[in-house]
Design a protein around this ligand. Sequence first.
Ligand code: CAA
Length: 261
Amino acid sequence: DSQYKYILSEKVGNQKNVGLVTLNRPKALNALCDGLINELSNAINKFEKDETVSAIVITGSEKAFAAGADIKEMLNQTYSANITGGLLEEWDTVSKCKKPIIAAVNGYALGGGCELAIMCDIIYAGETAKFGQPEVIIGTIPGAGGTQRIARSCGKSFAMEVCLTGNQFTAQEAFNRGLVSKIFQPDKVVEEAIKLGERISQHSQIIIQLCKESVNNAFETGLAQGLKFEKKQFYGTFATEDRKEGMTAFVEKRQPNFSNK
Ligand code: CAA
């Protein structure tokens, strides 16, 4: 899509069913200025509506996934303008997307860059990726989910250490803590993320949506409520043609042919 200034957006994979967004503001290490977030949000919304796209990959460059919210843009921002303008609210497009989003992270994923990656459903990282929430160093705190999502994914002690020190942590550490699901050589990360998107695309998209919603519930509710939600979603799969097709294909020893109905 050539209309964009700060990102590249294209359909990739053998069947062109994976949407790839590449953050492309190299001079500022992909600092997430309003213009960039606006374009990212627009690209995600387009992929969300595009029935031929089943999964989305967000990546940056080998040097930087994203070095955070744009500090220069925030410098003269005021409290009242944050409230009336809803600073960082547009970022929610990523966390609210119904289709699976994979972050393919190389280089710096700091501040808002780290938060953007964690907003995605799955993180694949390059061996040399560096994560961190350095906001305290510049006199503020994470504002796009860092204090909440790291605490939920990795527990209190690690979240506190990361957020209170501003220290960077490696891809290996992120993997050990369960923040990242796999690590690759830097030049393989995007390719592997696309392959993962293609793998997810083989399944019924309606079932994938129900499944993603159910896993997300684990972060938003207590266990009893989450289990109840999961059961409802599970029962709900029996209202789809694809559930019947999937089980029939297994019994008939053939590949399923899903219709997304
Ligand atoms: N905002 C604006 N510009 C940024 C930026 C950011 N977050 N990060 C880097 N840049 C710019 C630099 O200002 C520099 O621009 P100029 O050439 O015009 O001076 C350019 O990108 C290259 O950066 P460096 O020269 O600093 O590159 P480096 O390799 O020496 O260091 C770095 C890399 C360690 C990532 C360093 O750039 C850095 O510390 N960046 C800031 C990280 C940060 O604090 N992020 C948190 C932002 S706040 C936030 O995100 C709030 C939130 O919760 C949403």
